[in-house]
Ligand binder design. Structure first.
Ligand SMILES: *[C@@H]1O[C@H](CO)[C@@H](O)[C@H](O)[C@H]1NC(C)=O
Ligand SMILES: *[C@@H]1O[C@H](CO)[C@@H](O)[C@H](O)[C@H]1NC(C)=O
Length: 431
């Protein structure tokens, strides 16, 4: 129907317009942030008894001292807790039918804590107790060696004989995202896009003067001015060939620029890589060879999302993604990872820059649904306008699982056109 078609076109234009003009979002006051974060923690920890059943274990013991926290402590703590105190011990139970709560916690610096823990263990009689001492997976290996030793000495073999490893338990707790967080996660991602758009504009870059390092430090200051922080220093580089980072000089017309940038706030982290082009006088778009490279990287993003089916391992997804790229004549690398509570969060790793055949351990994990990922990759493309040099077209965008479409959808959007930087005063001949 005609009206429907008109409406559809209007919606399409509207959604494109939104994607192209991202806005900054102001964080709520600290007290409101804490209220929201505590609700999110409560919702996630309430799921722990079910997770224990799912992973076939009766109890989960998580213990640490101030400044020697378990990795998983950081997703369990309240917003007003900045570190563990004294000895802080949590004990989660799967089965609560014989009375008693599903979760116990102690903060103590006396031997009384061991008597208390023993009393609870004797009451519940868990046959298996998960502890986080995996040898390879960081999120399942937060139990410090000294803490493990004292637990063994104080609880005795009657209980330590029941200790088991359940690495997928930590993965499930951290990797499973809740719908309540998505709205703010998307706002952080839109803010990251808005900052990149401003960084890649004449407001920040003056050709012949501004260096990539200047743009990096501008991004750091911009984060601070908006009460945001980050989990890695932003990196900006000039891409002229396969070098990464590129040459250290002032940005000039005709340059392709790359940024890797993440925003951290409210216990969440984003991860984004975009490309920009500095227009030469008279140009209104990037040269055809660059647009072709971006198109290949976009195609790799689509293939990656198609292959990311929950339940498959990272290595299976990697293999199929590279096979499809090969079929389509696209060369490049894929290195996608979970994102959210950490920049590199808990979940199956889909390739690493130095491991494109198989990633041991981390690549053998299954992809969860209800999880957040960063689709990270580059396409290699020989650019005629750069004398035929092969250049990496590196892109990164965050996705979330959309239950209604049963696919990973872009958290905010994905870049499919260059950020164009108009430089007013200097032509390339003058530089
Ligand atoms: C929970 O514990 C009760 C009491 O010991 C037992 O009867 C019941 O079978 C347990 N439930 C599960 C699901 O293990
Ligand atoms: C950053 O925090 C300060 C202090 O609370 C506040 O005055 C300012 O408006 C905040 N800035 C932004 C951009 O949210």
């Amino acid at each position: 129907m005609k009206t429907a078609a008109v409406l559809a076109v209007a919606c399409l234009l509207a959604s494109q317009a939104v994607a192209k003009s991202p806005s900054y979002h102001r964080l709520p006051p600290l007290r409101e942030q804490a209220r929201l974060q505590n609700e999110w923690v409560a919702e996630r920890t309430a799921a722990i008894p079910d997770l224990l059943y799912k992973h076939n274990v009766d109890a989960w013991l998580i213990s640490q001292r101030e400044y020697a926290e378990e990795t998983i402590f950081w997703v369990l703590k309240s917003a007003e807790t900045f570190s563990a105190r004294r000895r802080t011990t949590y004990l989660y139970m799967a089965n609560t039918t014989h009375g008693g709560p599903a979760a116990y916690s102690w903060i103590d610096n006396t031997p009384q804590i061991w008597d208390d823990i023993l009393e609870v263990l004797e009451r519940h009689e868990p046959a298996t107790i998960a502890v986080n001492d995996h040898q390879e997976l960081a999120f399942a290996s937060g139990l410090h060696a000294g803490e493990r030793d004292i637990i063994a000495a104080e609880l005795g073999s009657r209980w330590t004989d029941r200790f088991v490893l359940r690495p997928l338990l930590s993965l499930d707790l951290i990797g499973t995202q809740i719908a309540a967080r998505l709205d703010w996660y998307r706002k952080l991602q839109e803010t990251a896009w808005a900052m990149i758009s401003k960084a890649f504009s004449a407001e920040v870059i003056t050709a012949g003067e501004t260096t990539p390092a200047d743009v990096e430090w501008w991004l750091r200051e911009e984060l601070q001015a908006h009460n945001l922080t980050t989990w890695f220093p932003p990196s900006v580089s000039i891409l002229v060939d396969e070098r990464f980072p590129g040459p250290d000089r002032a940005i000039a017309p005709g340059d392709m620029l790359h940024v890797d940038f993440g925003v951290t706030a409210m216990g969440m982290n984003t991860d984004t890589q975009h490309l920009a082009y500095v227009l030469r006088p008279g140009e209104s778009e990037a040269p055809r060879g660059l647009r072709e490279g971006l198109r290949k990287a976009n195609r790799m993003q689509d293939i990656s999302r198609e292959m990311m089916r929950p339940g498959r391992t990272g290595n299976e997804i990697l293999k199929d993604t590279l096979a499809q790229m090969d079929k389509e004549g696209i060369a490049g690398k894929v290195y996608s990872h979970a994102v959210g509570d950490w920049g590199h969060a808990a979940g199956a790793v889909v390739g690493m820059t130095n491991l494109q055949d198989h990633v041991p351990v981390l690549g053998d994990l299954p992809l969860l649904s209800d999880t957040w990922y960063s689709v990270e990759l580059y396409a290699e493309h020989a650019v005629p306008e750069f004398g035929g040099a092969t250049v990496p077209f590196a892109l990164e965008e965050d996705v979330y699982w959309d239950a209604s479409t049963q696919t990973f959808e872009w958290l905010y959007a994905r870049q499919d056109e260059f950020h164009l930087i108009t430089t007013s005063h200097l032509s390339s001949e003058e530089l």
